[in-house]
Design a protein around this ligand. Structure first.
Ligand code: ADP
Ligand code: MG
Length: 151
């Protein structure tokens, strides 16, 4: 499976999709989220958090680049928007290879640091509530996850 596309019609549906995804990934998984402001990247991350048993409220990490949430597994939530014109390595590998799941908003800004194997997710706004969510798995591990997600 080279890509898998779903349309959601409510933020709850987007969260449910992310919850399902979180049950399929193992520690060390890296998920990137691309999409305009208000597309639903943070909403998607909240869904991951629910599945991972995070109880703290997840919100956009605007002032910090990484927020770490404890659940059954840690959830590392990165918003690298502010690194657009920088090539600074904030120790990405420690997160990507760590015991948790990493989610990166605006991942294209740190392309050079991203692991080759990862799950790229693109969220497009179709109308006020409809979102087209496309999963682009990079590597067979993530391809299998997408097959499961599509069941
Ligand atoms: P981003 O992190 O991409 O800037 P947010 O997740 O913070 O976006 O905001 C998405 C907004 O769109 C929220 O207010 C959410 O309630 C709303 N929304 C409406 N429909 C959807 C949907 N189908 N999926 C996700 N969010 C939706
Ligand atoms: Mg956000």
């Amino acid at each position: 499976m080279k890509k898998y596309e779903v349309t959601t019609y409510t933020s709850e549906e987007t969260m449910k999709l992310a919850e399902k995804l979180a049950l399929l990934v193992r520690p060390g998984a890296v998920i990137t989220l691309e999409g305009d402001l208000g597309a639903g990247k943070t909403t998607f991350t909240k869904g991951l958090g629910i599945s991972l048993g995070v109880t703290r409220t997840i919100n956009s990490p605007t002032f910090t680049i990484v927020k770490e949430y404890m659940g059954e597994l840690p959830l590392y939530h990165m918003d690298v928007y502010r690194l657009e014109d920088s090539d600074e390595d904030i120790g990405f590998d420690e997160y990507f290879n760590g015991p948790g799941i990493t989610v990166v908003e605006w991942a294209s800004f740190i392309e050079e640091f991203l692991p080759e194997e990862r799950l790229d997710v693109e969220i497009k706004v179709k109308d006020e509530h409809a979102r087209s969510i496309t999963f682009y798995p990079k590597g067979s591990y993530y391809e299998n996850i997408c097959k499961e997600l599509a069941r």
